[in-house]
Design a binder for this molecule. Structure first.
Ligand code: GDP
Length: 324
């Protein structure tokens, strides 16, 4: 059993690799819900959607979000009615939001709604929201506090960031199965997701960080920072706003209390040498995932590192390590 903590972009690419190299039934995903929003009155959970779509083979790899081949007739019609259209939802994507919203209105929890939807879409992996309570990532900027989607999608992350907080986190509880998945997994993987706004909200739910400290399996993170910058998106700005350098050292610092291994890109091998002196064990390999083969190779490297004999695979070309 592998437990993965993830957001919806770098995380989804990594999960796409994982599903190629191991049985989906053996993967439990704990997914960030800090980006969730009410859109046109519907409950949208962007990271849960991306993870569900990637595992069901529906994700648009071109866009990195939404359903492949989707149409946008409803979006167009809503625009004609004068409704906001900055958050793009395709027509098939909307069907999922409609179903989720109905299930929630009927009194189901987000976990229950997620498992109904993923079963209908043929997903065999276990997708768990980090919490069934509402935890909202809020980004403080000079124009005021924004939700993550306002900051990221509506305003193209152009605003300077003062700080980030997770509203509601202190009263939230981990969703059913989350703590158990972390404690009992053969390994816990932190996907190459934004440490502040994707992994940060998950770790802010009371009990989850403590569970990471007690996990029986090894804990490994894949760095979303490559060559001193994020592969895409605002991770660097947000890390600096939270007092973390935008580097592999910053990623290690975000997880320092529980991390066993950090996987970084070969471009960061010099920084990795430095980090090894007093940090976690660091392995360099190619971490930029452009093709299906890149994704599978990274997933294999992670699994062989943390599961050892439990997982056997061909060694990944180009991987170097400080491990025996
Ligand atoms: P979000 O929910 O959309 O914020 O998605 P995630 O948090 O899962 O992913 C965002 C992070 O993925 C960014 O910080 C990127 O640097 C990272 N990322 C995207 N593609 C790649 C990749 O191919 N390799 C690595 N190492 N990181 C990536």
């Amino acid at each position: 059993m592998i437990c993965v903590l993830t957001g919806g972009t770098g995380g989804a690419k990594f999960v796409d690799g994982l599903r190629q190299v191991m049985a989906a039934e053996d993967i439990t995903l704990i997914v960030n819900t800090g980006d969730d929003l009410l859109w046109w009155g519907l409950y949208v959970s962007p990271d849960i959607d991306s993870i569900t779509y990637v595992l069901s083979g529906m994700l648009s790899r071109e866009r990195g979000w939404g359903v492949k081949g989707d149409t946008f007739f409803c979006l167009q019609a809503m625009g004609q009615l004068g409704e906001p259209t900055w958050f793009h939802t395709g027509d098939r994507d909307l069907a999922v939001h409609l179903l989720r919203s109905r299930l929630l209105a009927e009194g189901k929890t987000l976990s229950e709604a997620t498992s109904v939807i993923s079963a209908k879409l043929g997903v065999k992996a276990h997708i768990l929201p980090m919490s069934d309570s509402r935890v909202e990532t809020r980004v403080d900027t000079p124009i005021g506090e924004l939700s993550f989607e306002q900051y990221f999608v509506q305003r193209w992350y152009q605003d300077p960031v003062n700080s980030v907080r997770f509203a509601g986190a202190s009263d939230a509880e981990p969703a059913s199965g989350v703590i158990d998945a972390i404690l009992t997994a053969d390994a816990v993987v932190l996907a190459p997701s934004n440490p502040v706004t994707s992994i940060g909200p998950i770790l802010a739910v009371p009990g989850i960080r403590e569970a990471m400290l007690k996990a029986q399996g090894k804990i490994v993170a894949v760095s979303p920072i490559v060559g001193g910058a994020p592969v895409a998106g605002p991770a660097g700005i947000l890390m600096e706003a939270q007092g973390l350098p935008c580097s592999i050292a910053g990623v290690a610092q975000a997880y320092e209390d529980f991390l066993d291994f950090l996987i970084v890109d070969t471009r960061d091998s010099e920084a990795a040498e430095q980090l090894r002196k007093n940090g976690p064990r660091v392995q360099c390999t190619q971490t930029v995932m452009r093709t299906a083969d890149d994704k599978a190779a990274l997933a294999r490297t992670v699994l062989s590192l943390v599961c050892g004999g439990l997982y056997s695979s061909e060694p990944t070309a180009g991987a170097t390590s400080d491990l025996p």
